[in-house]
Design a protein around this ligand. Structure first.
Ligand code: NAD
Length: 258
């Protein structure tokens, strides 16, 4: 069913590590043309793109800090200059941005978390829309925007992660509005809400805390980035999900059933 991904032009923000990288590898293996992105560019990232491309698809690295609107615009422009358009956008860049209780939150911390998780997806999507619209028209198939939300956006987040959780709830909801604005252009919007996935996101946690979290998950363990990747392919594939838009898919090993 995923065989309509070959040749699709897929831009994935925040994809030099973790969930985004696993998705990039899966798209490349399916024959897509993939743009990977991170904010700290070094030669290793070009090598990373070359390594992934050894599969079937074509992969290129595009450095951009997506907390900055101008860099979001430049990222889309560079991707389009290379691949000629965009069929699939994955808004994956994001992160905790630090932990602060309410009484310690100041403007700087607010901007840091909201720019990373909310502004980034808003601005990359804004600049990608004309290309997604054109691609849908040319192919006669839906284009797809897939955003990485979070279980935190459903249940409020852990200690000090109120803004992160709120930014993900914001992301879940803005996609519902975009469905109303852009379905007429044949663009679909869906969100993948991971549970606790074993990436550097959790590097600050002790073994004891990790065990406690694992114990709260029905499957008794953290998920892996590779277990997330097929869900991105599903939402990118018109054949698989052409009639699905405005949805949140929880991939969390039974950690929560909303
Ligand atoms: P990660 O830290 O392993 O990877 C994050 C990626 O984003 C990296 O490639 C990094 O270079 C990139 N990035 C960070 N800031 C950036 C910026 N300003 N501009 C461009 N790229 C930037 O994280 P991950 O765990 O794979 O998380 C990926 C997404 O999944 C995030 O949106 C995160 O909030 C979400 N998420 C993760 C978990 C989890 O348990 N790991 C759970 C729920 C949601």
């Amino acid at each position: 069913m995923f065989n309509d991904l070959a040749g699709l032009r897929v831009l994935i923000t925040g994809s030099t590590k973790g969930i985004g990288l696993a998705a990039a590898k899966a798209f490349a293996a399916a024959g897509a043309q993939v743009g990977i992105n991170g904010h700290r560019h070094d030669a290793a990232h070009d090598q990373l793109a070359a390594d992934i491309a050894i599969s079937v698809g074509e992969v290129a690295y595009f450095g951009a800090d997506v907390t900055q609107s101008a860099e979001c615009e430049a990222l889309v422009a560079k991707f389009v200059a290379r691949f000629g358009g965009i069929d699939v956008l994955v808004n994956n860049a994001g992160g905790l941005g630090g932990r602060q209780g309410l009484e310690n939150i100041d403007d700087e911390f607010y901007d840091q978390v909201m720019n990373l998780n909310a502004r980034s997806a808003l601005m990359v999507t804004k600049f990608a829309i004309p290309h997604l619209r054109q691609a849908a028209k040319q192919r006669g198939k839906t284009s797809s925007v897939i955003s990485t939300g979070s279980i935190a956006g459903r249940e409020g987040g852990g200690p000090g992660a109120s803004l992160y959780a709120a930014s993900k709830a914001w992301l879940h909801n803005i996609n519902r509005n975009w469905v109303k604005e852009f379905t007429q252009d044949n663009i679909r919007f869906n969100v993948i809400a991971p549970g606790t996935i074993d990436t550097v996101f959790h590097a600050d946690k002790s073994a004891e805390v990790r065990d406690k979290i694992a114990g709260s998950i029905a499957m008794g363990r953290f998920g892996t980035s590779e277990e997330l990747a097929p869900s991105y392919l599903f939402f990118a594939s018109h054949a698989c999900s052409g009639y699905i838009t405005g949805q949140i898919l929880d991939v969390n090993g039974g950690q929560m059933a909303p």
